[in-house]
Design a protein around this ligand. Structure first.
Ligand SMILES: NC(=O)c1ccc[n+]([C@@H]2O[C@H](COP(=O)([O-])OP(=O)(O)OC[C@H]3O[C@@H](n4cnc5c(N)ncnc54)[C@H](OP(=O)(O)O)[C@@H]3O)[C@@H](O)[C@H]2O)c1
Length: 311
C-alpha cells in the first residue's frame, strides 16, 4: 500500500507590520522610528518636503522608507498611509498642528483604511485635568474628541513628564544651589519617563493590535522627597527641599508670566512649562495602574539614573 503523502503544514508567515510615522524627524519621532525598526516593524517615515535633518538620514539608513509630504494635503497623506497597520503621530506644535494637521492625518488614515492611530499625546494624564489649566494639553483633548469620533482604534501613551527635563528645562532639581524646588505638598506622586523609554513603549504599542484607548507608563513615580534623595545619592552632596509656595502662588505667577511674555506662537513658553508643573503638583494621585509590564523587554530608567548624567 502506498505511503500516505506527507503534507507540510505551513502556516503563512505574518508579514511585518507597516507603521506610518508622522513627525519622524523630531526628537521623540525618530526614536520611535528606530525602535520600530529594531522590533522588526516596517517604517514609512513622513517628513515635510525638504527636511534634511540627520535624524531623517539615520532612519533611511536603518531601513525606513522616507516619504516627503505636505500635511495640508489629505490626498497625499492618504496615499502615504496606504497599507499601514497603524499611524503614529509624534508631531509637535500648537492648534494648527495638534488639532488641524493631526485631523488631516486622521482623515487620511481613515480614508486609507488604517485600523489604528496613536496621537501625539505623550504627556501627563490630561483626561483628569480641568479644561483651561494647560494650553497644550487642551489641544490634545480637543484632538482626542475628534479621534474618539472617528472609525479607527485609538491609543494614547500617557507617560507623565519626560524625565530628561529634570536635567534640562524643568526648574525642579536645582543642581547649583542643591535644592529641589516644589509647590504644595512633599508627598505628591509625580510620574516621570525618559524620552527613550517613551519611544520604546510607543513602538511596541504600535506593533500591538490589542492596545486599549489609554496606556499609562512611568519610569518612576517619585515625590519631591524621592527626587531629593536621588539627587543627594548621585551627587554625594546633600540636597534640601525648597517650597516655593502653594499652588495658588504658582497659578498667580503663570498669570503674570503669561501677561508679560505671552509668546502665543511658541509651543513651550515659560508660562506653559509652569502650567505643566502646576498640573503635576495639583492633579489627584493617578489611580490608573501602570502598563509598564505590558512589553517585558523594556527596562525602565529611574530618575536617579537620569540625574546621574548631570552629577
Ligand atoms: N511629556 C513631556 O514632558 C514632553 C516633553 C516634550 C515633548 N513632549 C511631546 O512629545 C511629542 C514630540 O515632541 P518632540 O520633542 O519630539 O518634538 P520635536 O522634536 O519638535 O519634533 C516635532 C516634529 O513635528 C514636526 N512638525 C511640526 N509642525 C509640523 C507641521 N505643521 N507639519 C508637519 N510636521 C510638523 C516637525 O517637523 P520638522 O522636522 O520638519 O520641523 C518635527 O519633526 C509632542 O507631543 C510633545 O508635546 C512631551
Amino acid at each position: 500500500m502506498a505511503e500516505p503523502e506527507l503534507v507540510t503544514q505551513s502556516r503563512p508567515l505574518a508579514a511585518p507590520a507597516l507603521v506610518v510615522l508622522a513627525g519622524a524627524a523630531g526628537d521623540l519621532g525618530h526614536r520611535i522610528g528606530l525602535e520600530l525598526l529594531a522590533r522588526g516593524g516596517l517604517v514609512r517615515a513622513l517628513v515635510r518636503p525638504g527636511n534634511a535633518k540627520p535624524a531623517v538620514a539615520l532612519l533611511r539608513e536603518r531601513g525606513a522608507t522616507v516619504v516627503e509630504v505636505g500635511f495640508d494635503d489629505v490626498g497625499a497623506l492618504t496615499a502615504a498611509c496606504a497599507g499601514a497597520a497603524c499611524v503614529v503621530s509624534a508631531l509637535s506644535g500648537l492648534r494648527d498642528v495638534i488639532v488641524d494637521a493631526q485631523t488631516r492625518l486622521l482623515d487620511a488614515a481613515v480614508a486609507a483604511g488604517v485600523p489604528r492611530f496613536i496621537p501625539s499625546d505623550y504627556s501627563i494624564d490630561f483626561t483628569k485635568l480641568p479644561a483651561g489649566s494647560n494650553r497644550n494639553l487642551d489641544l490634545r483633548r480637543a484632538f482626542g474628541q475628534r479621534l474618539d469620533g472617528a472609525p479607527i482604534q485609538a491609543t494614547s501613551v500617557l507617560n507623565g513628564m519626560f524625565a530628561d527635563l529634570l536635567t534640562g528645562q524643568a526648574p525642579v532639581v536645582l543642581f547649583k544651589i542643591r535644592r529641589v524646588l516644589y509647590w504644595g505638598r512633599t508627598d505628591q506622586p509625580l510620574r516621570f519617563t525618559t524620552i527613550a523609554n517613551t519611544a520604546a513603549f510607543t513602538a511596541a504599542a504600535a506593533l500591538d493590535p490589542t492596545t486599549p484607548r489609554y496606556l499609562h507608563v512611568a519610569g518612576e513615580v517619585a515625590t519631591v522627597r524621592d527626587l531629593r534623595a536621588a539627587a543627594t545619592s548621585v551627587t554625594g552632596r546633600r540636597f534640601r527641599l525648597l517650597r516655593a509656595g502653594g499652588p495658588w502662588l504658582l497659578q498667580l505667577m503663570i498669570k503674570i508670566a503669561r501677561r508679560l511674555a505671552p509668546a502665543p506662537n511658541e509651543v513651550f513658553p515659560p508660562w506653559q512649562g509652569m502650567q505643566y508643573l502646576h498640573n503635576m503638583f495639583t492633579m489627584p494621585p493617578n489611580s490608573a495602574p501602570l502598563d509598564n509590564d505590558r512589553y517585558p523587554d523594556i527596562r525602565w530608567t529611574k530618575v536617579r539614573e537620569v540625574l546621574a548624567a548631570k552629577a
